[in-house]
Design a protein around this ligand. Structure first.
Ligand SMILES: [Zn+2]
Length: 272
């Protein structure tokens, strides 16, 4: 749940602006859609995964995160209908922020300019705040009721899947946003970033450059090689033997075997 609408648009932009063939881009977009849907799942994840591969599992697995800690959901049918009808009545040519202004009855310059204050949907959504509506729109995208358009304005438009919800034929249970989750993560990240290097910057930077090279060569994300935390600890403790290396957080047997000597070499190079 640690992603927002903007992250979606960023990912879409990356896919769209790549030099891949159109067919390849379509595949990437479908993969992203499937991933999003998977993130917002409120039932057993294993059941959902197997269904994706054409298999049915009769009972929930009892072991995945949604089985162990069922997601709190709320009946978002009415909210979803309001959001979707705001999209419909404005012709699918506007982004989430404008639609939220419209729903919340904010007479912004843009709302007035388009005459959207005259729409029946104007001001029908005061029960949710900006964050609440963003959450609704994001999950509607993830469920395939809305599609995103990269015309430079991040507009949202209806898909055929929106109609059963709009017509009241389908009820929609959405995940309740865990208010603390994002905050906790942010705090942790900023603390990590702020941890002082006490003059070990040169070693840290050398390790980072090395990590980038390794990550590129292996085609993985840098944190898969080593977390920043590990690099910081390496920079601060400056180990010179494999035994010392083994005592660093995030360096297990495998990593020691794969990267141990290379890391020692990088550290030695900075000293020289
Ligand atoms: Zn499960």
């Amino acid at each position: 749940m640690a992603y927002g609408l903007q992250d979606l648009f960023n990912l879409l932009y990356l896919i769209d602006s790549s030099e891949s063939e159109p067919a390849r881009k379509a595949i990437e977009r479908r993969k992203l859609d499937a991933l999003l849907a998977y993130c917002e799942v409120t039932d057993c994840r294993r059941q959902v995964l197997l269904r994706y591969f054409g298999e049915e599992m009769p009972a929930p697995c009892g072991n995945c995160d949604t089985c162990l800690e069922p997601a709190a959901t709320w009946d978002a049918t009415t909210a979803a209908q309001k959001a979707l009808s705001a999209v419909h009545r404005t012709g699918g040519r506007f982004g989430a922020l404008h639609l939220i202004d419209l729903l919340r009855g904010e007479a912004t310059e843009k709302v007035l300019r388009h005459g959207h204050d005259k729409l029946p949907t104007f001001g029908v959504g005061t029960e949710l705040d900006l964050r609440g509506w963003r959450n609704v729109f994001r999950q509607l995208v993830a469920r395939g009721c809305l599609k995103t358009d990269l015309d430079g304005y991040n507009t949202l438009a209806l898909t055929p899947r929106a109609w059963p919800v709009l017509k009241g034929e389908e009820r929609l249970a959405l995940r309740e946003e865990r208010k603390s989750a994002k905050k906790t993560k942010k705090r942790r990240v900023s603390e990590e970033a702020a941890a002082p290097l006490f003059g070990h910057e040169a070693r840290f930077e050398a390790l980072r450059a090395w990590r980038m090279k390794v990550a590129r060569a292996r085609g993985v994300a840098p944190y898969v090689v080593f977390h920043d935390r590990t690099l910081r600890e390496l920079a601060a403790r400056n180990p010179s033997t494999l035994e010392e290396l083994a005592g660093i957080t995030g360096i297990g047997e495998q990593k020691l075997k794969h990267y141990g000597n290379a890391v020692l070499k990088v550290l030695k190079g900075v000293e020289a």
